[in-house]
Write a protein that binds this ligand. Structure first.
Ligand code: TZP
Ligand code: MG
Length: 211
């Protein structure tokens, strides 16, 4: 299964350190981010929907897909490209049934047994979560490491998106281990120059990709 995206920005307003989220996203896209996930675990439904709408407007002008974390009904309402869910959310099977037009449904794999769950079959990509421990998300089950990526590569034909403490120093190894796409929060959101940070990551990914 082909996945056309290589550098995936997952948003976190706090990680932007005072910079405006929309400015960071715009700069990241200029630098080479080719898919964006809006993730905010704490925003009210109203604030979440408003920000998601602003992002959808910015990104659609740039032909960049917007994925919404968890809140699939907001994603459907604002005509986002897709949704990303995990173990504690509505299952991919149920989301597909409720929102057949969803273009891209991502699902996080935190432990091996999740791969055997038939409810994940309708997902379009799998997140390897987290590849390396990260202070951005501490409620994790385990750290997959590069061996975990290699294991997942053999265990599934679905596209793999690696996430968790990925930066310029380890992104080449992550790609060489078999990830199709790399997702980052801090490496771009917390950078002084998010455009340059995205460009450098993208360059490193392109240099080490098979396709
Ligand atoms: N899921 C697994 S790790 C993570 C998420 C959302 C956070 C990744 O953030 P960072 O700053 O790129 O380590
Ligand atoms: Mg979730």
């Amino acid at each position: 299964m082909a996945f056309p995206h290589k550098l995936y920005l997952v948003t976190n307003e706090l990680a932007c350190k005072g910079k405006k989220l929309l400015d960071v996203v715009a700069a990241a896209v200029k630098g080479g981010v080719d898919i964006v996930q809006f993730r905010d675990k704490h925003a009210t439904e109203e604030v979440f929907t408003n920000t998601a709408t602003e992002l959808q407007s910015l990104l659609s002008k740039n032909n960049i897909p917007l994925i919404i974390n968890d809140r699939w009904q907001v994603a459907q309402y604002i005509h986002a490209y897709g949704v990303h869910v995990g173990n504690s959310d509505l299952s991919p099977t149920a989301i597909r049934a409720a929102w057949p037009q969803c273009n891209c449904l991502g699902y996080s794999i935190e432990y091996e047994e999740q791969l055997n769950n038939t409810e994940i079959i309708p997902s379009d990509y799998l997140g390897i979560s987290p590849v390396f421990n990260t202070s951005t998300k501490v409620d994790t089950v385990r750290e997959w490491g590069l061996d975990g990526i290699r294991w997942m590569r053999k265990a599934t034909t679905k596209p793999l998106v690696a996430i968790g403490n990925i930066n310029l120093t380890n992104v080449a190894d992550v790609i060489k281990a078999g990830a199709d796409c790399v997702a980052v929060v801090s490496a771009i959101c917390s950078a002084d120059d998010p455009e340059k940070a995205a460009a450098m990551l993208r360059n490193e990914i392109e240099k080490n990709s098979r396709s």
